[in-house]
Design a protein around this ligand. Structure first.
Ligand SMILES: O=P(O)(O)OC[C@H]1O[C@@H](O)[C@H](O)[C@@H](O)[C@@H]1O
Length: 248
């Protein structure tokens, strides 16, 4: 099988567009932890009221399928639907204790902020070293994230300057970009770099992210398998799956 470097050169790739959480920074697990804390408590409390038991959130299955890589409130709706629950949307301004999509999403965000404060942000050193090397060789770079915490995470990790452009959850909402698996966020990053999608490679750790890369007609879609999901990434459209970036 061809290596990443071979494919980049064969496909005349000029730009690298990387997802943030789970590809560049070790924040995917913090998101997953915050979601689990919020949903498990909510389902327990709701189950007690209704006299039934709801299955808690499973990070390996539920998180990947219903939440990973997509905008906050879509994640709330998707997962609740899997448990047969539908709540009023409310608004993004809802209080954390409101029993609405907005309220639950904001409670998860409060837990995420706590985790970010306690843990800081660790980067994936393999990604950073490889990216620096690629930049020196003239590759263009952008980072994207469904997260509204993207800029904070880049800042805490001290890596803003690695990327020429970023498109995040806040900008996506302002621009009306559709969440993954729609390709909008990647296409917007390519547009800002002034590079055709066929000349850009997308790097993603989420199944919905590789679907988005494929849907956007990108020259190369690389699945980054940090959590034993090579098959899931492949079957959702990754051209190549790697566990880590090539050693520099
Ligand atoms: O709630 P935020 O920080 O705007 O993030 C939205 C989503 O961003 C994605 O990057 C994460 O994979 C999801 O777990 C998260 O829910």
């Amino acid at each position: 099988m061809s290596t990443l470097s071979q494919l980049l050169s064969e496909k005349h790739i000029k730009a690298l567009i990387l997802d943030l959480d789970g590809v560049v920074t070790q924040t995917a697990r913090l998101h997953a932890q915050a979601w689990k804390r919020m949903f498990d408590a909510y389902l327990k409390q709701r189950g007690e009221k209704e006299g039934k038991r709801y299955e808690p959130l499973d990070i390996e299955t539920d998180y990947r399928e219903y939440i990973d890589g997509i905008p906050r409130y879509d994640g709330v709706r998707n997962f609740l639907k899997s448990r047969g629950i539908s709540l009023p949307d409310g608004t993004p301004e809802d209080e954390e204790e409101d029993e609405t999509v907005g309220g639950l999403g904001n409670l998860k965000n409060m837990y995420l902020q706590e985790l970010l404060k306690q843990n800081g942000v660790d980067v994936y050193e393999d990604t950073i070293a490889w990216l620096k090397q690629q930049k020196q060789q003239g590759m263009r770079t952008a980072v994207i994230s469904a997260s509204k915490n993207c800029v904070d995470v880049l800042h805490v990790a001290g890596i803003e300057r690695l990327f020429e452009e970023h498109v995040d959850g806040l900008q996506s909402a302002a621009l009306g970009l559709k969440g993954k698996p729609a390709p909008d966020i990647f296409l917007e990053a390519a547009r800002r770099l002034d590079i055709a999608p066929q000349e850009a490679a997308v790097f993603e750790d989420a199944r919905k992210g590789v679907q988005a890369g494929k849907a956007g007609g990108f020259g190369l879609v690389v699945g980054i398998d940090r959590h034993h999901d090579a098959e899931g990434l492949k079957s959702n459209g990754a051209d190549l799956v790697i566990q880590e970036f090539p050693k520099v």
